[in-house]
Structures are given as C-alpha cells and as structure tokens.
Design a protein around this ligand. Structure first.
Ligand SMILES: [Zn+2]
Length: 474
C-alpha cells in the first residue's frame, strides 16, 4: 500500500476492554495498546445488529453461540473487490468475515484467538485434532497438516472451510483452511488435509477478556475513556469552522445527507456559527424511509429548518438513460448534483459549504485539500472540518452528543445513500434483499425489463453484472 493517509488511531484499553483514540485510558489510566489492522484503517463501530450478524455466521459454521455478546466490536473494511471486514474485538482482529459471491453467503476466517474464543463458547463443528508431536513441529511456523498427523476430525468439513485445529488435550493450537472434505479425509491415508492459517508460538498467552452486561454500558465507558480526545477534536473542528468563516466571509451552507459524517459536520457548524446557516438535503428519490425520517428528527432536535431539494425523478429518467453503472453514473449528476447546483446558482454569488468528508474514508479522499473549490459547482467553496477524524471519532462524538443519527446504522448499514447504486458490493445488495425486500423487488423489476430488451440474461441481474461496464452492455 503506497498511499499514506496518516497513522491509524485505533488503540485499546486491555483493562477496560474498550477502544481508545488517545494514548491512555481516561477511565483507568492504563497505557493504550496499538491495534494492528489493515489500512486505510477506518473501522466502524458495531451495533447489536452487527454483533448478532457475526454471531450467527460463527454459530452456523462452528456451533459456538453468542461469542461476541457483551463486547465492543469494530468492523474494518478491507480494500479490494470482495466485500470483507476484519472483526476487531478485545483489542485485536479475531475474525475476517467476507461475502462469498459464488455461494452467495457470508463466511468467516479465523485468527488464533478467535478460534480460542469459539472453543471457550462451545464450538463443536469443523474441528481437526492433531497429534501432539505434530504440534511441536508446526510451532512457531506455518505449514500444512498431513493425513497421518490427524487423530480425529468432525464429519462436517467441506473443501475450502476454515477449521479449528486442536491438540490431543483439546487445546486450540491453530486455525487453517481445509483442502479436502471430511469424506475425503476418511478415505485416504496420506496427503495434505489442512493448510495452516495461524499456529501457536512459544510465548503465546490467552485469557478470555472482560465482557459487559449490555452494549450500552460498554459504549458509556468508551465515551468516558475518550472524553479528552473527543473534546480536543471538537475544539479543533469548531476553531477551523470559525476561522474559515472569518477568512472567507460568504454565506454558509451545510449539505446534510442523512449520514453520520454530515450530521457531525452539521452539529459542529451549529456550535461554531449558530443557526444562521442554510442546511440543505437533496432527495434523490432513492432515499430510505429511515433517511427521510432522520431529516425530520434532525430538524426537531436542533430546532432548524432543512431546505429539501428534489432532482429529476430517477424512475422516470431510468427509462430514458438506462441502468446506471460504475462507468455511467448519470444518476449522481442528474438526481443529486444538478438540483444542488441549481439551488446554489439561484441563491448565492458564492457559498462556503462545510462538508463531512474524511481522509480515512479512502485513499482517494485523502488527497483532498481541507479547503477547496468544488469542481462541479464552481460557486461552492468546500471546507472539511472533520477531515482528520476516523469513523470511530465520529461515533464516539455522536453517542456523546446523544445526536439523532440515522437508524439505518443500527441495521448494519455503513454507507447511507441511495438504496440502489452501482457502487454497491454484492454483500450490500444481499443486505438490501434481506432487510428491505420491497425496495429490491422494485429495482429488480426495472432490471428485468431492461435485461429482456437487451438480451442480457439472468446472470446479469443475479450476479450484479449490471453494476459494471455500461459500454460493453449496449
Ligand atoms: Zn481503561
């Protein structure tokens, strides 16, 4: 990874078992320990929905129940085309969940301590027991487990599954990938069975970590443990907003999207400049009901009026323009940018717009300047008060402020926007199908009409091929 965004802020108090953003825990004064995770490193806070979701994958695959209850989890999206997240809990990455597009389901990869937690919680599936002398051979290194090294195995293993490796005393000694199924292990006396993913080292220590009665309790402690850091970030952002306004002296606008970052930016701007600002929401016609409700909640909570703009009707335009794709995002221009551009043209000479863009969101965003002119809407000067915040800063801030955030976040959504978008991953589409079947059906009907007309076949719909290349399609 070449691009440098900045250091990854995530740390952990191993004593309180909560995430930290600063160097010490402000509750118990313990020194914060680094959490190793994959860049760009902008993990999101897991809600109960996410905990239940990962618990369910674990239970299906290994039989262990409620493994993550009473703990704070964070989900760190991995770069790449496959939708995958590192699941961080107890201060380390314990699992990776990923959406298997072939099998159309979420699956899991185990880290060593993740596997140990599973055994503590009664895992009884996908276990391979190996001889103690093989453990000695594999210790401190990785390799493969061969058929003669195996004592026992459960009969549910399929090729490509993650398995827990235990020694003859049932201690977890590793995790790995089954290269053959239980059926095949039974039939053979030699050959490779498991490719080791992680294996114990000499200095390994393992101890189950502290849990909380409720996630709410854990969140409260997390807010307390990060209070000073969050106050500093807030002070800095408010200072930035005030200074930028003093310098540029233009009418101020906040574009509110219903997402957490724009909500945070709105709160900070209200604190810095008061209510004499324009707050604008663009309804693309593809908004979730939760988002429209959130706009109302925010108006009520802060005693403000939000200006609602509406662009061309997507469902009409789709007949004219065809299905949007990643290289053909007419919808973003026509349904989102155009109404905003018109509003700005009609109302301002120039406008200073505070925007909730954060550098940790992506490598692409990290190259932005904190104050810059919008390339599409020239009259708009963008300023980014929370540019240096991570997703966790935002969440701790919103929770502390008891801010009315969009309820979609409690349904496993991370990116709030149109309910249908060519930028969506297959895992996100799977979530829409599960949580909002009526919305998906409406879209699938449009896809079907288009597919029939252009002879595109069922795969084009089911495998999400519509999201890709527009030019090839016509
Ligand atoms: Zn602590």
């Amino acid at each position: 990874m070449k691009t440098y965004i900045g250091k990854i802020h995530l740390k952990w108090c191993k004593n309180c078992n909560i995430p930290l953003l600063g160097r010490v825990c402000e509750v118990c004064n313990s020194k914060a320990e680094e959490v190793k995770l994959t860049p760009p490193g902008d993990p999101r806070l897991g809600f109960q929905y996410d905990i239940d979701f990962v618990n369910k994958i674990i239970e299906e695959e290994f039989g262990a129940k409620n493994v993550l209850n009473g703990k704070i989890i964070l989900l760190n999206k991995l770069p790449g085309n496959e939708e995958a997240y590192e699941v961080i809990t107890d201060g380390e990455v314990k699992y990776i969940i990923y959406f298997d597009e072939e099998q159309e389901k979420w699956k899991i990869k185990l880290k060593l301590n993740g596997a140990r937690d599973l055994m503590e919680k009664g895992a009884y599936k996908r276990i391979v027991k190996i001889k103690n002398d093989v453990v000695e051979v594999l210790k401190n290194k990785k390799g493969s487990i061969l058929r003669p090294g195996i004592v026992e195995f459960t009969d549910d293993i399929k090729k490509g599954d993650d398995v827990i490796i235990v020694d003859e005393n049932n201690n977890v000694v590793g995790t790995g990938l089954a290269v053959v199924s239980s059926e095949e292990i039974k039939k053979t006396e030699k050959g490779k069975v498991v490719k080791v993913r992680a294996f114990i080292k000499d200095e390994d220590k393992y101890k189950p970590k502290k849990t909380y009665n409720s996630l709410e309790k854990a969140f409260k402690l997390m807010i307390k443990a990060n209070e000073g850091v969050i106050n500093n970030y807030e002070r800095n952002a408010i200072g930035f907003i005030k200074n930028t306004y003093e310098r540029i002296k233009k009418p101020v606008m906040v574009a509110f999207s219903g997402g957490k970052d724009s909500l945070t930016t709105l709160i900070l701007t209200l604190k810095a400049l008061g209510k004499d600002i324009d707050v604008v929401f663009v309804d693309t016609g593809l908004e979730f009901e939760e988002t429209l409700k959130n706009v109302e909640d925010v108006e009520k909570h802060y005693g403000i009026k939000i200006i609602k703009l509406k662009g061309a009707d997507f469902w009409e335009k789709v007949k004219e323009y065809g299905i949007p794709a990643r290289d053909y995002r007419w919808c973003s221009e026509i349904c989102k940018l155009e109404p905003l551009k018109r509003f700005i043209d009609e109302n301002y000479e120039e406008v200073l717009s505070f925007v909730g863009v954060r550098k940790y969101e992506s490598f692409n965003r990290a190259t932005k300047k904190r104050i810059h002119r919008n390339t599409y809407i020239k009259k708009q000067i963008n300023a980014l008060p929370i540019f240096h915040w991570t997703s966790l800063h935002v969440w701790i801030y919103l929770l502390r402020e008891k801010a009315p955030y969009n309820k979609l976040y409690e349904k496993g959504f991370d990116r709030i926007g149109c309910f249908i978008c060519p930028a969506m991953e297959m895992g996100e589409i799977d979530k829409i199908k599960r949580e909002f079947p009526h919305l998906w059906e409406k879209w699938e009907r449009v896809l079907r009409v288009y597919a029939e007309k252009h002879n595109l076949g069922e795969e084009w719909i089911k495998k999400g091929l519509w999201r890709w290349n527009h030019k090839k399609r016509e």
